[in-house]
Design a protein around this ligand. Sequence first.
Ligand SMILES: Cc1cc2nc3c(=O)[nH]c(=O)nc-3n(C[C@H](O)[C@H](O)[C@H](O)COP(=O)(O)OP(=O)(O)OC[C@H]3O[C@@H](n4cnc5c(N)ncnc54)[C@H](O)[C@@H]3O)c2cc1C
Ligand code: HEM
Length: 389
Amino acid sequence: MSLTPAQEALILATVPILREGGEALTRHFYSLMFRNHPEVRSYFNASHQKDGRQPRALANAVLAYAENIRNPSVLGPAIRMIVHKHASLDIRPEHYPIVGSSLLEAMAEVLGDAFTPELRAAWEAAYWQLANLLIGEEEKVYADHASRPGGWRGTRTFQVVARIRESSVITSFLLAPVDGRPVLDHVPGQFIGLTARVDGELVRRNYSLSNAPNGRTYRISVKREPEGVMSRHLHDHLTPGHEVELSCPTGAFTLDDAETPVNLITAGVGITPAMAMIEAYAGRRPIRFIHAAISRDHHAFRSRTDALAHAHEDIQTFYLYEDRIEGDEAHAEGRLQVHHLRQTLIADAPCYFLGPVPFMRSVRNQLEALGVPSEQQHFEFFGPADALD
Ligand SMILES: Cc1cc2nc3c(=O)[nH]c(=O)nc-3n(C[C@H](O)[C@H](O)[C@H](O)COP(=O)(O)OP(=O)(O)OC[C@H]3O[C@@H](n4cnc5c(N)ncnc54)[C@H](O)[C@@H]3O)c2cc1C
Ligand code: HEM
């Protein structure tokens, strides 16, 4: 059902109200939805709710959509990002009426008398316009996964076949499907959705794949968060033989399959998609790998990247440690500065960066200062998308 010009005008008139109160509206929306539909609670990450990042992401999406109601095609990249996230969490068409009715109910509560029947009808039509777009794009992803060799729809049971300590805080888990059949080749940089039962509750999280595709196993590498629900569960309880449910790999933080040079700039556990890229493209393209860690002890995959750099002269590494001690063999001490990037980056090559949000903001500013065009800057968040500027 398309919107009438009068409905479009009503939606556009709502933009200032959403700007003012969009975040409060979505917070309200979540509490209503979880109260009325507890069955969708496990899809959402409670800590993202509490620190406000997830409500902000949804508020921004609704606002962007309202602002562009007459030209929704400008939202292409944002829609793609939402589709990848939803696909990794197995969001299905039957979930959309739950979100839609909760959103409208929250609007009614927040706007009171101003939420006239006409405004409600306009928002309902707008919601379903966006929802149908997402449902259609998500179905394309699910159908594509199911049709490819080793692919599947929904979730598939995997078991841990090995666990490897990569640093004092990061452990890798090698996962193979219990059905013993092949797995879909991921594109290096993609992530999976992982579902496990923690203390009787279903919990879902995303993890980047840290190995090159091999048709048989996926490797995830997880940082233990001292208070984290899933990461503590994986570190403390997941040993070989334990089972988890995985969705198909998805995500657009990927390299094109060319032989052209690339810069990878990571910090902490943000190293994981870069590891998949380095392992997949070693010997096939020049790679400059810049990694920041708290210390040598926190630095995951160091011996692996050293070995790859030793074996392939077109892989060059640059490591920085905040706490450097004698014998660490780091290239610099402290935090990443623009002069480090100036001296190490391959000119005119794309830059892929990932790490804690403050690190990403800093890298973004440094790349801007060095004149790296925005189309050469690629990044992803290990949580809800955040503004870098
Ligand atoms: C695309 C993508 C790829 C990812 N890849 C990786 C990866 O390769 N490796 C990896 O380790 N992680 C990765 N992540 C992050 C991962 O999904 C989890 O978010 C991470 O493991 C933490 O989950 P958790 O359940 O342990 O912590 P949560 O329980 O979700 O808690 C997260 C943090 O919030 C804090 N917290 C909890 N409750 C509150 C509160 N009330 N107020 C404030 N703070 C609170 C916790 O102390 C913890 O530090 C990725 C995320 C995305 C979106
Ligand atoms: C038109 C409808 C919808 C819009 C505009 C929308 C938008 C978004 C946006 C912007 C994000 C954040 C992406 C990111 O930054 O990582 C997101 C994440 C998410 N969405 Fe939706 N969404 C919609 C419908 C749904 C539905 C129907 C469900 C199912 C219950 C759902 C479940 C989720 C979950 C679980 C996440 C991840 C949350 C987290 O990190 O905790 N969404 N969505």
